[in-house]
Design a binder for this molecule. Structure first.
Ligand SMILES: Nc1nc2c(ncn2[C@@H]2O[C@H](COP(=O)(O)OP(=O)(O)O)[C@@H](O)[C@H]2O)c(=O)[nH]1
Ligand SMILES: [Mg+2]
Length: 257
């Protein structure tokens, strides 16, 4: 086979017999005939890698996305209390009871990411194929960055501005760092977020201590399962043109009666 760039331009399988014919059957051993070829086409292709993960982590920098990935999987992302510690997407495999899902951690988004602010929003391509998004909110970063609802809306606006169906994906919102918040604060922030994010579920958690993490994983896995079932049903329907939900068809013999 001869390749030009990533494109197959000639496949020699068509002229080499496989397996080789016995010597007595070999003819035309010094061929003097050739068929004219066709002019080749040449083009530049830009290929864009999109990771395949079941669930994607989104949030402002420092929300605790990488800490969550490190807590629930064997992945070892860089974690620190300054923005943009994560510059490349990271994947982790998460076991949830007898189920498993792949979780993608991506760099934090900031206001104006769709205009190139921070590290931009190109890496959102990696979560375009996710079944569900886990949107983490930093429960501690209020003084500098406004309230939790403002943080939530900033990310929603960026997802909307990016497009790619991200804003329409099922979303679970996690109020993170509850280990460092008084219970009253946790309840007030949960109530404010639930009002802003309705009807999406809002769950409290601490990625650092693991408190509340199991409930978040169950919510993610349920959503991933639902999406897998829906995809399997759609694929089955495409293959057969038939769905269990279709009304029963008459057999030809019955139709003639
Ligand atoms: N107290 C507390 N700190 C956390 C928690 N999760 C993350 N952090 C801290 O928040 C900072 C940013 O975490 P990181 O996972 O890098 O955030 P990312 O930018 O969203 O990936 C780090 O100093 C973490 O140790 C948590 O549940 N509780
Ligand atoms: Mg990170």
């Amino acid at each position: 086979m001869a390749w030009r760039g990533a494109r197959l331009v000639l496949d020699l399988k068509c002229v080499l017999p496989s397996p080789p014919a016995p010597p007595s059957a070999r003819t035309n051993r010094a061929p003097r005939q050739a068929t004219p070829g066709h002019p080749g086409a040449e083009r530049w292709l830009w290929l864009r890698l999109k990771l395949i993960a079941d669930a994607g982590l989104v949030g402002l920098p420092n929300a605790g996305k990488s800490t969550f990935l490190a807590t629930v999987s064997a992945a070892k992302p860089k974690i620190a209390d300054y923005p943009f510690t994560t510059l490349h997407p990271q994947l982790g495999v998460v076991a949830v009871d007898d189920r498993s899902l792949v979780l993608a951690d991506i760099p934090g988004l900031i206001e104006g990411a769709h205009e190139g602010h921070g590290v931009g929003d190109r890496f959102l391509g990696h979560i375009e194929r996710c079944s569900v998004l886990l949107h983490l909110i930093d429960g501690l970063a209020l003084e500098q960055d406004g309230d939790v609802v403002a943080a939530y809306r900033t990310i929603r606006e960026e997802l909307d501005a990016y497009g790619g169906g991200l804003a329409a994906k099922p979303e679970i919102i996690g109020l993170n760092k509850t280990d460092a918040l008084p219970e009253d604060d946790v309840q007030a922030k949960l109530a404010a977020l639930r009002e802003a994010a309705a009807p999406n579920p809002v769950l409290p958690l601490s990625a650092a201590t693991g408190q509340g993490v199991t409930a978040v994983l169950h919510a993610l896995a349920d959503q991933v399962d639902a999406e897998r079932r829906a995809r399997a049903e759609a694929a089955q329907h495409d293959r057969t043109g038939w769905s269990p939900l279709d009304p029963p068809r008459q057999r030809p013999a019955e139709a003639g009666k």
